[in-house]
Design a protein. Structure first.
Length: 131
């Protein structure tokens, strides 16, 4: 069921499997305030539904996430999400190398608190999430 829809992000919650599917859409630069709002909405969904995992589709992420945004995401989304309920995260990689590298930078800071992997195939990512 669709639980959040915005210009840069949609989130579906699947109660039967207790996970969220997050799709990021970025084709333009966004401000830090927009980014903070985006991450807070994502975290609100996690706090409300308490999914064990998330499948994050970055296929359409076209711009790299700026370094200051990366640090913000780690501190204000990843760490709190793990404390709330997230145990595993599977990522569908961006078709754009620099965008993908920025996502990997965020997650590299989280390897000691969260199990995660990157995939180019949606079905393989979902299968791994439920292993």
């Amino acid at each position: 069921m669709l639980v959040y829809k915005g210009k840069y992000l949609t989130i579906d919650y699947f109660s039967d499997e207790n996970y969220i599917l997050v799709k990021r859409y970025v084709s333009e630069d966004i401000s830090i305030d927009e980014y903070k709002y985006l991450t807070s909405e994502w975290l609100k969904v996690i706090a409300k539904y308490k999914p064990f995992g998330q499948l994050v589709d970055y296929t359409d992420l076209t711009k790299p996430i700026k370094p200051e945004f990366q640090q913000y995401a780690h501190n204000n989304l990843v760490v709190p999400a793990v404390k709330i309920s997230i145990k595993k995260s599977a990522f569908i990689i961006s078709r754009y190398l620099f965008a993908q590298m920025s996502v990997e930078d965020i997650m590299s800071k989280s390897s000691d608190i969260l199990e995660y992997r990157f995939f180019s195939d949606f079905n393989k990512a979902k299968d791994w999430l439920f292993q």
